[in-house]
Design a protein around this ligand. Sequence first.
Ligand code: FAD
Length: 242
Amino acid sequence: MAAQWFTAVVRHTEQIAPDVRSFFLEVPDMERFDFTPGQFITFDLPVGEKRLQRWRSYSLASCPGNNNMFELCIVRARPGLGSRYLFEEVTVGSELKFKGPEGSFVLPPELDRDIVMICTGTGIAPFRSMISDIRHSGRPHRRIHLIFGTRTETDILYRHELEALQSAMPGFTFDIALSRAPDWPGHRGYVHQIYLDTYAHARPDVLFYLCGWSAMVDEAAANLTEKLGYDKGQVRTELFGV
Ligand SMILES: Cc1cc2nc3c(=O)[nH]c(=O)nc-3n(C[C@H](O)[C@H](O)[C@H](O)COP(=O)(O)OP(=O)(O)OC[C@H]3O[C@@H](n4cnc5c(N)ncnc54)[C@H](O)[C@@H]3O)c2cc1C
């Protein structure tokens, strides 16, 4: 079946880190834009002749509300045809053609296992959606542990929001690993050492969700299953690209 395309209008943008911008979009033709946290939309951007040259997917970073709005969190890739267009050509009022929501990188209906979310950079987007949805809906859950990796302190996304959630949401904790911040008092280096230490003994009551570019996601998936002995069914992945 051919995909159905919609138009979204950019209502607001906000630079949230040196290379990362939040885009707040509205779908005027819909009363309500519904999706499951963890899903993504795909833009058809005017950056190529062929369909696959033009399509770029982005995870929904907001949680579903009773409205026709959604939020994305996008890094300016270099050279990066699609993100260059979004950062340099798109402004408030711009219209963007999109399809979706799509994707099966979603939480199970019952949160009866601990959830460990591992991400780098804008890979945090689907997790922000999932965590805010749990918080707003009041769904019962067990431990939720977010492990976020980026380069320097200014690249930390949603820092104040995560700190506020950690105080307000029982069972939610987060760790930040910075790879290029020698003076950072927290974890220095990549995300890997954190889950290797914390989840060293494989157990059946935990699910791992990994999101970001393949360098991190592939290594983490291999570490969890091959080094630590978790079952493949306990590890779910969303790959942003190679
Ligand atoms: C399901 C899905 C969800 C996605 N969600 C998001 C999202 O929420 N936010 C977001 O910013 N991107 C997301 N992406 C990636 C996005 O679709 C584009 O690939 C990205 O914006 C780069 O496109 P571009 O046209 O700017 O770069 P291109 O010209 O297509 O290529 C740039 C190259 O650099 C790589 N690359 C780009 N950025 C990085 C980076 N930071 N680290 C390592 N390699 C990188 C790309 O994989 C590619 O090889 C998602 C991708 C998928 C498949």
